[in-house]
Design a protein around this ligand. Structure first.
Ligand SMILES: Cc1cc2nc3c(=O)[nH]c(=O)nc-3n(C[C@H](O)[C@H](O)[C@H](O)COP(=O)(O)O)c2cc1C
Length: 166
C-alpha cells in the first residue's frame, strides 16, 4: 500500500467531481466483517468547526447496518477509474454477494477502518451525527420525486480524521 497521510486541503480535485462524477465507495465494518456500497450523493466541507464528509444512505442498504454499528466509515475515491467495479458495488447487495471477492478490489485497513487499495484518495471519517431526511423540509416539492417508495435517506456527518492519498 502506497498511501501517504495528507490534509484534506491538499486535495486538488473538485469535491463535486470526485463524488458526483467519479463516485466513491462507502465502507464500514472491520477487517473480519465489512460492507461497501457506491455513493454519488454527498459532500465535503466544514461543519461545527470540523472538516467533514456528508453521506446519504437509504434505509434498505445493507451498508447502513454497518455504518449504524461502527464509529467510523471510510470513503474511497478512484479518480474516475474502476467504474465497472463501482457500478457492481452500487447494484448488488452485500447480503447476497461478497463485493470485494466479486470485483477483485483489495480491502486494506487503517486501524479498524476498511477501505480499498485501488483508491487514489481515502477519507477515514468518525461518525459524529446522523439525521433523517424529512420531506417537510423540501421547499422544492419536486425533490420528493426521489422518494417514490418513502425511503428517505439517513444523513451521516463524518469528521474527517485521516486523509490518505497515493
Ligand atoms: C453511481 C451510484 C451512486 C449511488 N449513490 C447512492 C447514495 O448516495 N446513497 C444510497 O443510499 N445509495 C446509492 N446507490 C445505491 C447503492 O450503492 C446500492 O443500492 C447498493 O447495491 C447497496 O448495497 P448494500 O445493500 O450492500 O449496502 C448508488 C448506486 C450507484 C450505482
Amino acid at each position: 500500500m502506497s498511501f501517504k497521510e495528507t490534509n484534506i486541503r491538499e486535495i486538488k480535485e473538485s469535491a463535486v467531481k470526485m463524488i458526483s462524477d467519479d463516485w466513491a465507495l462507502v465502507t464500514a465494518g472491520d477487517n473480519k466483517k465489512f460492507n461497501t456500497m457506491t455513493v454519488s450523493w454527498g459532500g465535503l466541507g466544514e461543519l461545527w468547526g470540523r472538516d467533514v464528509a456528508f453521506i446519504f444512505i437509504r434505509p434498505q442498504r445493507y451498508t447502513l447496518e454497518f455504518i449504524n454499528r461502527e464509529d467510523f466509515f471510510t470513503l474511497s475515491f478512484f479518480g474516475g477509474k474502476y467504474k465497472k467495479e463501482l457500478a457492481f458495488c452500487g447494484s448488488k447487495s452485500g447480503r447476497d454477494v461478497d463485493k470485494a471477492a466479486a470485483t477483485g478490489l483489495t480491502p486494506a485497513s487503517y486501524g479498524d477502518a476498511v477501505f480499498f487499495d485501488e483508491a487514489e484518495t481515502v477519507l477515514v471519517c468518525k461518525k459524529i451525527a446522523v439525521f433523517d431526511i424529512l420531506p417537510d423540509g423540501f421547499l422544492d416539492r419536486s425533490i420528493d420525486d426521489n422518494y417514490k417508495n418513502g425511503d428517505y435517506h439517513k444523513v451521516f456527518v463524518g469528521e474527517i480524521v485521516k486523509t490518505l492519498q497515493k
